[in-house]
Design a protein around this ligand. Structure first.
Ligand code: B12
Ligand code: SF4
Length: 512
């Protein structure tokens, strides 16, 4: 049964705060998610009246959606949770029913339901229909709904085009279209949300049609694959691309594991126009399966991985190598010093650092951290893998850890390293992208932030006490940051929404 016609607002939060930064101007609109566009396409297919908007940090949020919407869907990451909660409060005050989906809903469903009428885990067309059929306020606690698994099919680019186009109008230089070839992953990295989601390819016929369609829209399209691990069924995937479009007529970007990036695969990726790859290395002492280094550890692994990444760079002009800092396998100065060696030995790659973060119930290992009382209640706003680390490191004191992180980051974004990366770059866009990133909040901005945290740990007893779990009173430094970031929406942040409970273990059964 189809629901009666509803006025629907859909908002994709691409960021969590207003910005004027150059990198944000170029890139934020290219970070859009597929699902809000898919939800918009499904709602229109069912005859509803849809207004679609994205927040890239430059818009006046209160004006983006119609004031008389019946339902507002918000898609957001945990870092935009306080913003999403404030918006839900605002839209509810105007009479709308509110729905949250996306990584934050997957990670913290029990918290999110305090502020939304519906909180969605896995979402398919049926889940959206269920919400629109019922479409009633659920307060004080919202309904947590989830499809039985990841959807078997999603609207392709052709069906999402109207919403993609609206989003890309905000991207002045680079236009990147998000696509998906698969869901889930066969690997089992315990810190990852997809380690428990079975791998499932999506329909190659839709993919082929989308690629052909894009060539009618752009002279040279750019596509970012949002697959958690691109190319697991490598040959089938490449055959689909090769059948659909002439070799090299579309530029592709993808996240893939090193184990898939063998030389024969790279040759084929190069031929097919792959221009950027983001493999995860994670640690020199852990997760050998994924990087294809087996039992190798420490400097031996650095050499193997560096050789491998330098080989990738001969085929793919832009490579970002992802590391997780603070994993339990790491101890003492060595892991950080090894990463510096890697940066020196692999100057063409851009190193992406993530501070170990337990995102609620979304990854299996989070329950272990929880049981060991190692999870800190940092407000969601800072949980973006770099502004706060909410897991107490096993083998470091906080000051030692932050001193090492600040030192590694400073080394990575020193003028010397930036110049080396520039020289090692083989093409115009990758070279300048690396320079802009180094000068932005991601490079020098983070060096400043980590040093500031380190200084406060040494001088501010209450700040240090929060990190040491002696107090749960949030240091004013953090409250002030959220207040500044949310600007006029601060007054809509619901009472108590800066705090969340940490009982992730029983919640693990709520969604998925
Ligand atoms: C592709 C990807 C990206 C891409 C694209 C991001 C995007 N806007 O979608 C890029 C590289 C830009 C990116 C950036 C970041 N990412 Co990312 N990313 C992923 C990745 C690898 C795949 C996510 C994906 O698209 N899957 C395919 C979709 C279809 O499936 P799904 O995500 O499971 O979504 C299902 C449901 O959640 C629901 N759903 C999803 N969205 C919505 C929206 C609505 C409205 C509804 C109703 C439902 C719904 O429907 C889907 C189908 O069931 C995941 C890791 C992983 N293995 O999943 C991390 C992940 C999502 N990223 C993560 C993080 C932390 C980040 C960054 C903060 C990293 C950083 N420091 O910059 C940024 C934040 C960007 C932002 N917009 O705020 C975390 C999120 C944790 C959290 N709770 O917030 C994850 C889980 C990785 C991790 N650390 O565990 N990311
Ligand atoms: S390979 Fe990547 S997507 Fe797969 S489980 Fe590991 S971290 Fe997650």
């Amino acid at each position: 049964m189809t629901a009666r016609k509803r006025r629907i607002g859909i908002l994709d939060l691409l960021t969590r705060n207003p910005t004027r930064a150059l990198y944000a101007r170029i890139m934020n609109a290219n970070l859009a998610s597929i699902m809000p566009q898919a939800v918009a396409a499904w709602c229109e297919q069912d005859g509803h009246d849809v207004t679609f908007a994205t927040y890239s940090g430059f818009e006046d949020l209160a004006q983006e959606l119609p004031p008389d919407a019946d339902v507002v869907f918000i898609g957001g990451f945990t870092q935009s949770a306080q913003l999403a909660y404030a918006l839900s409060n605002l839209f509810r005050s105007r009479g709308a029913v509110t729905v949250l989906g996306g990584p934050h809903a997957r990670a913290y469903p029990e918290d999110a339901r305090r502020y939304f009428d519906y909180v969605l885990g896995f979402t398919d067309h049926g889940t959206i229909r269920e919400v629109l059929q019922d479409c009633s306020p659920h307060r004080p606690l919202g309904l947590v709904l989830s499809a039985p698994g990841q959807p078997l099919a999603l609207p392709g680019v052709r069906e999402r085009w109207k919403f993609i186009e609206l989003t890309l109008r905000k991207a002045p230089v680079l236009n990147i279209v998000p696509m998906l070839g698969s869901l889930g992953c066969p690997y089992t990295c315990s810190f990852c949300v997809d380690s428990v989601v079975p791998y499932q390819p999506l329909d190659f016929a839709v993919m082929k049609d989308d690629l052909r369609f894009l060539r009618t829209k752009f002279r040279r399209p750019r596509v970012a694959w949002h697959d958690p691990n691109f190319g697991v069924r490598f040959d089938a995937c490449m055959e689909a691309i090769e059948e659909a479009v002439p070799p090299g007529s579309i530029d592709f970007l993808a996240e893939s594991s090193l184990s898939l990036l063998t030389e024969p695969h790279l040759r084929r990726l190069q031929k097919n126009g792959f221009k950027a790859m983001l493999p995860g290395i994670e640690s020199w002492y852990d997760l050998g399966d994924k990087s294809r280094t087996g039992r190798r550890r420490g400097m031996e692994k650095v050499r193997t991985v560096s050789d491998h990444v330098n080989m990738i760079l001969r085929y793919i002009p832009y490579v970002q190598t992802n590391f997780v800092l603070g994993l339990d396998a790491d101890e003492g100065p060595e892991p950080f010093e090894l990463t510096k060696r890697f940066v020196a030995m692999t100057p063409g790659a851009f190193p992406g650092y993530s501070l170990l973060t337990a995102f609620g119930v979304s990854a299996p290992v989070n329950q272990e951290y929880q049981r060991a009382d190692r999870v800190l209640p940092f407000p969601f706003h800072f949980l973006n893998n770099n502004e706060a680390m909410n897991v107490r490191p096993l083998n470091y004191s906080w000051p030692e850890f932050y001193a090492r992180v600040a030192d590694l980051t400073a080394y990575t974004f020193s003028w010397r390293a930036v110049a080396n990366r520039y020289r090692a770059g083989s093409a115009f866009i990758p070279r300048w992208m690396n320079v802009v990133r180094a000068l932005s909040s991601e490079g020098s901005g983070r060096v400043r932030h980590h040093r500031d945290v380190l200084r406060r740990l040494g001088t501010d007893a209450q700040f240090r006490g929060y990190f040491e779990q002696d107090t749960t009173t949030l240091p004013p430094f953090y409250v002030e940051r959220i207040r500044q970031d949310l600007g006029p929406l601060w007054e809509w942040v619901p009472e108590g929404a800066l705090e969340h409970e940490l009982d992730a273990v029983p919640r693990a059964r709520a969604v998925n």
